[in-house]
Ligand binder design. Structure first.
Ligand SMILES: [Zn+2]
Ligand SMILES: [Zn+2]
Length: 455
């Protein structure tokens, strides 16, 4: 039977395909740029470097405010200070040294300025190979992002313990001290990135047609939509639930503290994430019984973001096996008429890493895949990004995609991947004579097919 693409999936893919996949880098040297760490900023850098290497995402953000289709949103919560009085007071106090405006802003505006500086011609070495210079923390294009991050994390620590019987003034003081400490403390890279995605989603007015179009574009790039059915294990009655939307999938690798050396793979973890059981009452058979939750993918994004939850709460150091090519076709909800679904496959491009014992301590880094230099080299170069230091990976032994390494080791340090970024492989191959970014995709796919024996 012929393969088909489910309608929602086709719609989402076509929306993403309308955003250019071409790397538009003004400078001669296309390497990543180092980011200066002035404190506990590595969690931001480890989350940002992979985002800067998703070309469709970068090109989409660059369209913000370019014409009338995506203006800033007046009601964007990031554009005004939080309503909570103590948070406001704390931020006002901190701003004795800087401008209050830096604690408010539109995330796409801030990201756009940052991306332009990051990939721009300015601040590059005058000697060959014209390496891009490190972006200082206080650079005009970087500081607003850091200040906004401080504002996001201006909140009470979960460990805040206010002694019983404290006076109101004492309670306020302890709360404010805690908020101040959190602003510049080490935080979770995954949470920071979710704040960025939240800021993008609050930058358009969902009540307008252009706002809905931007929302559809956001979904096409990052949102995984799951359909959910709860099935009774006794009578087989199936109850459809409302759809779930999230940035990719959150996975729990098998815990080494429970089962030592238990082997696990991303494919298996995805399968586990899409099946679950609950105990509950089934109306048709009237029994309090086990009910199976079955999730299937109704629509998959251009960039599939997989979070690996390693903190349970002790860190799970059991390395899950990470594939270079990820095929999620078996999890796609079948199109009408019982046709099998068209292949939905991804290639691993980047990872955010963590070194340390808890997600709010230790050190965050990233590995990214850059554009081919010159464009028709067989391999896309991969770089390790450790704050200001950028190092090109030069594997001498397979695997050639170093992002599949788990753990990733460098200079006797061990880095555990915590977020993986997969890029969807082209759905239908464009005509071979097209001299566009798609040409690169064609060659990429041919190469992948050759290397992995995919038909
Ligand atoms: Zn804006
Ligand atoms: Zn039943």
């Amino acid at each position: 039977m012929a393969r088909r693409e489910a309608p929602l999936q086709a719609q989402r893919r076509r929306t993403a395909d309308r955003i250019s996949k071409k790397w538009k880098i003004a400078r001669q040297n296309k390497s990543p740029r180092g980011l200066d760490n002035q404190g506990n900023n590595c969690y931001r850098h480890g989350a940002l470097q992979p985002l800067l290497h998703l070309p469709r995402f970068v090109n989409w953000i660059l369209k913000h405010k370019k014409n009338g289709h995506w203006p800033c949103h007046a009601a964007d919560p990031n554009k005004s200070l939080p309503e909570d009085e103590l948070t406001q007071a704390e931020i006002q106090d901190t701003t004795k040294h800087t401008k209050i405006e830096l604690y408010t802003g539109c995330v796409p505006c801030i990201l756009k300025a940052f991306m332009k500086a990051y990939w721009g011609k300015g601040d590059t070495d005058v000697q060959p190979p014209y390496l891009p210079l490190v972006l200082p923390h206080h650079h005009d294009s970087v500081l607003p992002l850091h200040q906004l991050a401080e504002r996001w994390f201006c909140r009470e620590s979960q460990d805040l313990d206010i002694p019983k019987g404290s006076s109101r003034a004492e309670r306020s003081r302890l709360t404010r001290d805690s908020k101040r400490a959190e602003m510049t403390a080490q935080q979770d890279a995954d949470e920071f990135q979710r704040q960025i995605f939240g800021g993008i989603q609050s930058s358009y007015d969902h009540g307008t047609a252009p706002g809905q179009a931007r929302h559809a574009e956001y979904d096409s790039l990052f949102t995984l939509t799951l359909g959910e059915v709860i099935e009774c294990s006794q009578c087989g009655n199936r109850v459809p639930q409302s759809n779930r939307n999230d940035i990719g999938l959150s996975l729990i690798p098998r815990d080494s503290t429970q089962v030592p050396n238990a082997s696990d793979t991303i494919i298996r973890a995805i399968r586990r994430a899409l099946t679950d059981t609950v105990v509950g009452m089934c109306d048709p058979c009237g029994q309090n019984t086990t009910r199976n939750i079955r999730l299937s993918i109704l629509a998959a994004p251009e960039y599939l973001r997989l979070t690996l939850n390693l903190y349970l709460p002790q860190k799970n150091t059991n390395p899950i096996s990470i594939p270079d090519i990820l095929d999620i076709t078996p999890h796609m909800a079948p199109p009408a008429g019982g046709h099998p679904h068209d292949p939905v496959r991804y290639k691993l491009v980047s990872a955010t890493y963590h070194m340390g014992t808890t997600n709010k301590s230790g050190h965050y880094t990233a590995n990214v895949t850059g554009p081919r230099v010159p464009p028709f080299q067989p391999q896309q170069p991969q770089f390790f990004c450790d704050d200001a230091r950028i190092t090109r990976n030069r594997p001498t032994v397979p695997p050639t995609n170093v992002v599949t390494n788990n753990p990733y080791r460098r200079n006797s340090s061990r880095y555990d991947p915590v977020i993986l970024y997969y890029e969807r492989l082209p759905h239908v191959l464009p005509p071979l004579n097209r001299k566009t970014a798609d040409q690169v995709c064609v060659e990429e796919v041919d190469e992948i097919r050759k290397n992995y024996g995919i038909g």
